[in-house]
Design a binder for this molecule. Structure first.
Ligand code: DAH
Length: 353
C-alpha cells in the first residue's frame, strides 16, 4: 500500500478512536499512541529520510495534514468529555435539599425573669436605677434597721431561716444567729441609704426566703422587687401616682387601683395596693374571691426612724417605699392558679410564655 493510503487509513482509524474514547483518560491514550513521542503518526515523520526523494513532499504534506486533523479532533473531543465529567462530578456531590433539617430547640426566658424585668423596666423608664443586695443578710439589715428591733412583734410576720454556724459559736448553735436568709428585699433600702448619694430612686429585684410550706399562694423561696425613693418634698401623693402608673403599665390602662391602710414596721403611714380584677372587672369572681380586687403590693412613706438610722435627716428628706411579689404579679397577669407551677420546671407550662 502506498504510504499516503496508509496515512489516510491511520487518520480515519484515529478519528474513530477519538470519537469512541469514553473519558479523558482513554482519549489521552489515543493521543499518546498516535502523536506521542513514539506514536504511529510521529513514526512517519521520524522516518521521512527513508521515503523516496520524489515522494517526500507529498508524504510530508499528508503527515502534517493528518496530524493537524487529529489534533483538532482531540481538542474537540477533550472539551466534550471534560464538560461531561464536570457535570457528573457536580451531580455526584449534590446535596439533597429535600431532606428535612434538624430543628433547633430555642430556649425562652423564664416567666419569673420576664415579669421581673418588665416591672423593673417600668421604673427604669421613670429614671430609677436597679440596685442589688445580699441574699444572706444580717439581722440588722433585714429587721433592726427597718424599725423592727429584737422582740418586735412584726418579726413573726415573716418566719425566718437562720444561717447556723456549726463551728462552735454558742449563740449561733442555739439558733440565735445574726445571719439569715433575707425574708424581704427591704434590707436593700438600708444598704442604698447608707451607700448612695441623695436623692435615691431605685428598684431592687431579688430572691427572698421564708419558712413557709409551698401551697397555691406561698413559696419558701420567691422573688420580690423593692422600690425606694428618698428626696426632698416627697409626699403620699407621689407614692399613689407612681404606683397607680406602675399597675396600669403592667396590667393594662383600664385597671383601677385602691390603697388600703395597713401596717409595716418601716413605713408610716403604710398601705396595701389592690388592682381591679382583670377577670370580672370588679364584679366579683373566683379569681378575686368575690371582692373585685387583687392585692399586689405593700407600700408606705419611709418611717422617719428608718431614715434617721441610716443617717438621713427626716426634717429635710422624705420618701416612699414599696415591695411587690413577682410570682404573684406573674400569676395574676397570666391567670395561673398556683404559684408552684412557676417552679416545677414543666416545659409544657413554661413554653406558653
Ligand atoms: N417587705 C414587705 C413584705 O415582704 C413588703 C413591703 C411593704 C415593702 C411595704 C416595702 C413597703 O418597701 O414599703 O411583706
Amino acid at each position: 500500500m502506498a504510504i499516503t493510503d496508509e496515512l489516510a487509513a491511520l487518520r480515519e482509524q484515529t478519528l474513530s478512536a477519538i470519537e469512541e474514547a469514553v473519558d479523558t483518560a482513554a482519549l489521552d491514550a489515543v493521543r499518546v499512541a498516535v502523536i506521542g513521542k513514539s506514536g504511529t503518526l510521529t513514526g512517519y515523520l521520524r522516518n521521512m529520510g527513508q521515503v523516496a526523494k520524489e515522494q517526500r513532499a507529498e508524504v510530508g504534506k499528508a503527515v502534517n495534514e493528518a496530524r493537524k486533523v487529529v489534533e483538532e479532533a482531540l481538542e474537540a473531543r477533550k472539551a466534550t468529555l471534560a464538560a461531561a465529567e464536570l457535570a457528573a462530578s457536580i451531580d455526584a456531590a449534590a446535596v439533597d435539599i429535600t431532606l428535612p433539617g434538624r430543628t433547633q430547640q430555642l430556649g425562652t426566658r423564664h416567666l419569673i425573669n420576664r415579669v421581673s424585668e418588665e416591672i423593673c423596666d417600668v421604673f427604669l423608664g421613670l429614671g430609677y436605677t436597679v440596685a442589688e443586695g445580699p441574699e444572706v443578710e444580717t439581722d440588722y439589715y433585714n429587721f433592726t434597721a427597718l424599725n423592727a428591733p429584737a422582740d418586735h412583734p412584726s418579726r413573726s410576720m415573716q418566719d425566718t431561716f437562720y444561717v447556723v454556724d456549726r463551728s462552735g459559736d454558742e449563740a449561733a448553735v442555739r439558733g440565735e444567729s445574726d445571719v439569715l436568709l433575707r425574708t424581704q428585699t427591704s434590707g436593700v433600702q438600708v444598704h442604698c441609704m447608707e451607700d448612695q448619694e441623695l436623692p435615691i430612686y431605685i428598684v431592687a429585684p431579688g430572691k427572698v426566703f421564708r419558712r413557709d410550706v409551698a401551697d397555691p399562694s406561698h413559696l419558701p423561696q420567691f422573688t420580690q422587687i423593692e422600690g425606694l425613693v428618698v428626696d426632698k418634698g416627697i409626699t403620699f401623693g407621689d407614692l399613689k401616682g407612681t404606683l397607680d402608673y406602675f399597675c396600669k403599665a403592667v396590667f393594662g390602662p383600664e385597671r383601677k387601683t385602691r390603697f388600703r391602710a395597713h401596717y409595716f414596721p418601716f413605713t408610716e403611714p403604710s398601705a396595701e395596693v389592690d388592682v381591679s380584677c382583670g377577670v370580672c372587672h370588679g364584679e366579683g369572681c373566683r379569681m378575686c374571691k368575690g371582692t373585685g380586687w387583687l392585692e399586689i403590693l405593700g407600700c408606705g412613706m419611709v418611717d422617719p426612724n428608718v431614715l434617721e438610722m441610716s443617717g438621713i435627716d427626716p426634717e429635710v428628706y422624705s420618701g416612699f417605699a414599696f415591695g411587690v411579689g413577682v410570682e404573684r404579679v406573674a400569676c395574676l397577669k397570666y391567670n395561673v392558679p398556683d404559684l408552684r407551677y412557676l417552679l416545677q420546671g414543666d416545659m409544657r407550662f413554661l413554653r406558653q410564655f
